[in-house]
Each structure stands twice: as structure tokens, then as C-alpha cells.
Design a protein around this ligand. Structure first.
Ligand code: ADP
Ligand code: MG
Length: 443
């Protein structure tokens, strides 16, 4: 277990109350030392000591006392700064205090559900907290048995939660605490219809907690409709990238990307997480990396849950040095010691950049983010710079190695990219209907 002192990196901590139009900001530059004094019950403090968590992170210091009081919270803090415990500790404490009611944690991916479950299980073990994970790719029957044990906490992805609601194998009427981890993703256009459907099955009288490193204002507005006077706990402004990550940008032609990748992989010997825009692209890149002589696996929604778990576990254990992923791995995944994150393709939106590169530089460690930018995408860099309030210098392209036999130089991903104008025309042609991609098949 990694123990580190986040408080040294703590910047100014903002604490504000959303109250119609009134916002109160209190500055607190001195984060508290130790978990005592946050309102955590002695037995839970003992668990934290056993798990070797010594100093709360800034988001934990700020969110835990408020959440323990039962208030609704919008928690914003950089990637890798312990948001899981920030909601996990109050969640378990409040459920144990009342001895009744259920907690529901909704997350965007199966991997994050399993990971959050692991954290909550280790926190709750001493209290005999029972959890159930509801995700796709697992037999409904098995999940039904988990539900029949009357779990205290359910962690799941929207699609499978809805499947259970439809089959009447899940009753959410006793939910007292609702958490949306990676909340801005859960409330974006892709997931919102499903999340809204789940919210209809959950009692209105409940505590709601939202956590993310990015929280666009339009999402906050949507979120507050589902909350009771939420307290906004903001350790770093939304979109702040992890300070411990160094950014490097190369402007590169499409057909030079594989050679640049060859060069980058030969220069970095540690674990590498690489993001591709599409599943098809991920498969091709993975093939190329194998030809370059590195151990690698791919993770995206065309793979079965078993394959996805094997790839992630193999990556954690060092069996695969390079994990090639779609944005399925951009949110929440906590793998210790990823040395480099490579954006082989830039993400669709600037928020995803913050989350992708947040897979490195976690829990006080340093990391590096390398992005390949094709010349026509320079505008995306400006969008990312605007969100993160930073400027990223462009590194001159190094001398590239020759193309290896068997490596594909031409980008096979030929999915057409429509301009906004074309999209509008297309929408009219489709009778004004906006077409959404099903969230589960997006990555
Ligand atoms: P986030 O959700 O903010 O991205 P996580 O909750 O996944 O971050 O935590 C990132 C890592 O930091 C995890 O490995 C977790 O065990 C570790 N961690 C969390 N809180 C602390 C703490 N107070 N002290 C040391 N490590 C911590
Ligand atoms: Mg998280």
C-alpha cells in the first residue's frame, strides 16, 4: 500500500455553498493532518490505520466532514487524489450508523465498478458490509444471488442496473445514499437518459454525492436539479490536470505516428497506457506494438469482460508493458506506477484529456503524458489549454526510425469526420433527430 503525504501538494482549497445564486467561498490553506477530527467513527479510523492511510488528501479533508453530516456534495479534485475514499468513508459510516438503507454507486465502466467495489469492500470488511456489483458481461443469475444477500452497497454501470430494474430483480426504494463517480460523464448526453431512469427508481429523500476531476457548469446545473442545496467542495478548479504530470506534444503527420510510437516506446522502459480513438484503431496499434517487440494487450468494448480483466490484470502485473485502450480506460482506473500515458489519437473532448493523463502521476507519484497531434488538430490543443489553464509547448519531432517490416504505416481508421455544418445537414435529413451512440458501445 502506498503511503504519501498529499497535503504538501495541496493548493488553495475552496469550499463553497451553492445557494440559489449565492456562493460563499472560504479559503483554507492549511489542510488537516491525520484522519482524526473529520468526524470519522473510531472503528473506521482503525480500519484506515490498518490500510495504511495516514494523511487525508485535501478532497478527503474537505468532503468527509460535510458528507458525514448527510449533506449533498459536488466534489471536484484532480485525478488520483483519493476521491473514492472521500465518498467511501462517509458512505460506510452513515450506512452503519443507521443500520438500514442502501448505498448506490453508479459508474461509467465495468472496470471502475470492480475497482470501487474493491476499495469499499476493504473499508467495510470490519463492519461486514455486503456489496453487489452489477455490470454487463456477468451472468444475471449470479448477480441475482448477490442481490438476494441484501447488500448494503450496490455498485454498477447504468445499463445493467436498468436490466435488473426491468426484470424486477432490483428494488432501489431503500437507497439512502446515491453516488455518481465520474459524475460529469454520468450526466453527459450519452448516459443521462439511463441515469435519469435509475433516479426515478430511487427515493427523492436521499443523500446525493457527485465526484469528478472535471465538472462543466452545464452539468452542474443539471446535477443540482437532482440534489438538495449541494455543498460544492472544490479542491482544484474543474479541469485542473494532475500537477505531477509532465506534458509533451508532438505535431506529427498521420503516417508518421507508428514510427514516432516506435521511438517513444524505445525511450521509455516502464508501463505505458496508450489511448486510441477507436476500437478498430486499438486493435491495429496493438498488432504494430507486438511487431515492435513489446508485450501488449488491448482493452475496449469489443472484448469480453474476461478478456478486459485479463488485459488490465496483466498490465498491473507487468505481463503486458503497454496497454492499448479506448476511452473505456480514461476514467477512474487506478494502476500504480504507469510511467507514460500516450495519446496516440487526441480525445474527442478536452475533459477526456484531463482524465486520460490522470492515469499517471497518481497518489503523489510523477508521470508523463505524450500526445500525438496531427496538424489539423492543433485547435484541440487550444481547447485543452483553455480547460486546464496551462500552455503546452510543442516538442520538435525527433529523427524517426525506419518503418519496420510488418508495421502498418497508413492509418486504417477511415471513419469519416463530419464538420458541424455537415452534421446539421445530416440531422435535418434524418428528420431533426439527434442520433446518439449507445454509451456502452462508444469505446
Ligand atoms: P481519484 O478517484 O481521485 O482519481 P482514487 O480514489 O482512485 O483517486 O485514489 C488514487 C490512489 O490514491 C489510490 O491508489 C488510493 O489507494 C490512494 N489514496 C487515496 N487516499 C489516500 C491517502 N489518504 N493516502 C495515501 N494514498 C491514498
Ligand atoms: Mg475516482
Amino acid at each position: 500500500m502506498l503511503v504519501c503525504d498529499f497535503s504538501k501538494r495541496a493548493g488553495r482549497v475552496f469550499f463553497c455553498m451553492i445557494q440559489q445564486t449565492k456562493t460563499v467561498q472560504v479559503r483554507n490553506p492549511e489542510p488537516q493532518r491525520g484522519f482524526s477530527g473529520l468526524g470519522i467513527a473510531p472503528k473506521l479510523l482503525e480500519v484506515l490505520v490498518n490500510l495504511k492511510f495516514q494523511t487525508p488528501t485535501p478532497i478527503q479533508s474537505k468532503a468527509i466532514p460535510t458528507a458525514i453530516e448527510g449533506k449533498d456534495i459536488i466534489g471536484i479534485a484532480q485525478t488520483g487524489t483519493g476521491k473514492t475514499l472521500a465518498f467511501g468513508i462517509p458512505l460506510i459510516q452513515r450506512l452503519m450508523q443507521t443500520g438500514q438503507g442502501m448505498g448506490l454507486v453508479i459508474v461509467p465502466t465495468r472496470e471502475l465498478a470492480l475497482q470501487d467495489n474493491e476499495s469499499l469492500e476493504s473499508l467495510g470488511r470490519a463492519f461486514h458490509v455486503k456489496t453487489a456489483v452489477l455490470i454487463g458481461g456477468v451472468a444475471m443469475g449470479y448477480q441475482l444471488r448477490m442481490l438476494q444477500r441484501r447488500p448494503n452497497i450496490i455498485i454498477g454501470t447504468p445499463g445493467r442496473i436498468i436490466d435488473h430494474l426491468r426484470q424486477r430483480t432490483l428494488d432501489l426504494r431503500s437507497v439512502k445514499i446515491l453516488i455518481l463517480d465520474e459524475a460529469d460523464r454520468m450526466l453527459d448526453m450519452g448516459f443521462a437518459p439511463q441515469v435519469n431512469q435509475i433516479l426515478e427508481a430511487v427515493p427523492k429523500d436521499r443523500q446525493t454525492m457527485l465526484f469528478s476531476a472535471t465538472m462543466p457548469e452545464n452539468i452542474v446545473r443539471i446535477a443540482t436539479r437532482h440534489m438538495k442545496l449541494p455543498v460544492r467542495v472544490e479542491v482544484a478548479q474543474s479541469g485542473t490536470a494532475a500537477a505531477s504530470v509532465e506534458h509533451e506534444l508532438f505535431v506529427v503527420k498521420k503516417d508518421q505516428k507508428t514510427r514516432l510510437l516506435d521511438k517513444v516506446l524505445s525511450e521509455h522502459k516502464g508501463s505505458v497506457l496508450l489511448f486510441s480513438r477507436t476500437k478498430h484503431g486499438a486493435k491495429k496499434i496493438c498488432r504494430d506494438i507486438k511487431t515492435m517487440g513489446h508485450s501488449t494487450a488491448e482493452i475496449h468494448s469489443n472484448k469480453s469482460l474476461a478478456q478486459r480483466r485479463e488485459a488490465l490484470e496483466g498490465f498491473k502485473l507487468g505481463k503486458y508493458r503497454v496497454l492499448v485502450a479506448t476511452d473505456i480506460a480514461s476514467r477512474g482506473i487506478d494502476v500504480k506506477g504507469i510511467e507514460v500515458v500516450i495519446n496516440y489519437d487526441l480525445p474527442e473532448n478536452p475533459e477526456d484529456y484531463v482524465h486520460r493523463i490522470g492515469r499517471t502521476g497518481r497518489a503523489g507519484l510523477t508521470g508523463r503524458a505524450i500526445s500525438f497531434v496531427v496538424p489539423e488538430q492543433r485547435y484541440k490543443i487550444r481547447e485543452i489549454e483553455r480547460l486546464t489553464r496551462s500552455s503546452f509547448p510543442i516538442t520538435p519531432l525527433p529523427e524517426l526510425p525506419p518503418v519496420r517490416p510488418g508495421v502498418h504505416v497508413i492509418d486504417e481508421d477511415r471513419r469519416p469526420v463530419f464538420s458541424r455544418r455537415t452534421q446539421t445537414h445530416a440531422r435535418r435529413a434524418f428528420g431533426g433527430q439527434r442520433r446518439f451512440t449507445k454509451p456502452s458501445s462508444r469505446y
